[in-house]
Design a protein around this ligand. Sequence first.
Ligand SMILES: NC(=O)c1ccc[n+]([C@@H]2O[C@H](COP(=O)([O-])OP(=O)(O)OC[C@H]3O[C@@H](n4cnc5c(N)ncnc54)[C@H](OP(=O)(O)O)[C@@H]3O)[C@@H](O)[C@H]2O)c1
Length: 285
Amino acid sequence: MKIWIAGAAGQLGCALNDMAKQYQPDAEIINTDIEEVDVTNLNQVIDFAKEKRPDVIFDCAAVTNVGTCEESPEYAYKVNAIGARNLAIAASKVQARILLLSTDDVFNGIRQVPYHEFDETDPMTVYGRSKLAGENYVKEFAHDHFIIRSNWVFGRGSDANFVNQILKAIETKTELYISDDQYGSPTSANALAAFMLKLINTEEYGTYHVTCSGVCNRYEFAKEIVRISEKDVRVIPVPTRKAEYCSARPTFTVLDNFLITVLGIHKMPTWIDALEEYMEQEYKR
Ligand SMILES: NC(=O)c1ccc[n+]([C@@H]2O[C@H](COP(=O)([O-])OP(=O)(O)OC[C@H]3O[C@@H](n4cnc5c(N)ncnc54)[C@H](OP(=O)(O)O)[C@@H]3O)[C@@H](O)[C@H]2O)c1
């Protein structure tokens, strides 16, 4: 199998490369990031797909910084929506399957109940709206598609994720002020990538919610990172407006892994197990 990973230098791109050794050992992996193939350039995307003829395209290319998206909506829509459209058009031209990564931000996060795949979307941010536009383009232009929405992803390949920010902070700080009013399910990029690499062997097309199991707030998440790191750091719960290391977001963006559970396709690890494994591999000294 030939797999093209667009946006390969990011967290999910790195995790897919790491996990492919185990889950797709015979696959040929073609990695591109913006320098090799700019997903916003339709002709470049189509030419590359025609030259390489991948069987599967992973769309991991995105503008993921919520603040950047608010400041530059044109840039956000160009990459997150048009980029997804271009890869979907290319996938359909070369009869490849496409898998798009998406986000809990397609929901408004107001209600205090986890969202499943059949709940109404209602994004409140430019990031969420641009990702939803990308989802819709993929549904419109690529018949054989998978859309995976996830939440609070951590992995190597990004300094901006919450785990890596906290690990950096506790090298020098002894107190952290962390939001206790934002809830989610921390999800390891490796666990997510393992599922994605399994899913592409199937024809179970459609939209899935995939996060590690369990729910916590940012304060509880940070406390767990500090505990595993064995550092002597005090974590203090505060409301988001007074907190460090997170932006203003909807308060409850928990996804229910409804379909993978109903279909019996896969079971994700708990977020605490996944966090321990990540820190063991990457950071614990
Ligand atoms: N991180 C999360 O918590 C999370 C949660 C749910 C869903 N997701 C989704 O998962 C996907 C991957 O996320 P991630 O955490 O791996 O993001 P990431 O680490 O920010 O990686 C995205 C990659 O895409 C590249 N890129 C940006 N513009 C591009 C373009 N025009 N052409 C080609 N590549 C381009 C980025 O390059 P630069 O860094 O140079 O811009 C970066 O290497 C995204 O679709 C995101 O929406 C992420």
